[in-house]
Design a protein around this ligand. Sequence first.
Ligand code: HPA
Length: 248
Amino acid sequence: MADIALAVIGGTGVYRLADLQNVETRVLDTRFGAPSGPIRIGTLEGRRVAFLARHGEGHSVPPHQVNYRANLQVLKDLGATRVLALNTVGGITDAYGPRVLACPDQLIDYTWGRISTICEEAGSDVLHVDFGDPYTHLLRRQVVDAARACGVELVDGGCYGATQGPRLETRAEIRRMRRDGCDLVGMTGMPEAGLAREMGLEYACLAIVANWAAGCGTDEEITMDEVLANVAAASAGIPALIAAVARG
Ligand code: HPA
């Protein structure tokens, strides 16, 4: 069986990968327990791609309860070396309004109480991985180049702030995040990125802006309907982009 060219973790509103052909479904366990759901492995323009829905295919797992270690481990066990994380986010700064796609290059972790390392197992080495650039340079470049080649508009760069959720943030929290330098806010960027680094996986984030974060852009209440409608609208170019990254 051909190697997996790319693994994709889908976020809120992205529970299947459109265009995946000849899909085989694998229900697997890992040394960290069960991942969020089955892995769908298929071909996209001739390359094998594995897909996993981070919150489960019925969106039943909240951000703070996702088994991030198991999700990455299962993809690694399947032979994936490159992971593209789709993350639904709120936009904070002007360039990151609803329906924008972005490939952030920095992040700040505001989450707490999540298992954020693979070093907790008895007998495991303590790792102090370099995390100055939390996303893999090469995979980020491939995402940015793929977007350009496919004619998909994408903002190259930005800082992702990872919050605990599942509630959305207060206006004051978002003001603080803006002062800290965050452009985007989401609930699932960490510990996933840090664990990917510890596991030696190439990892990049494709952020899908679903709404203005609290107090930004508009004063209207953020609803789940708005979030899902914007994710659906912004996702049109994503299968082609993923196919191009898989080829890269
Ligand atoms: N905040 C945090 N996470 C999110 C948001 C938000 O405004 N929108 C989508 N995911």
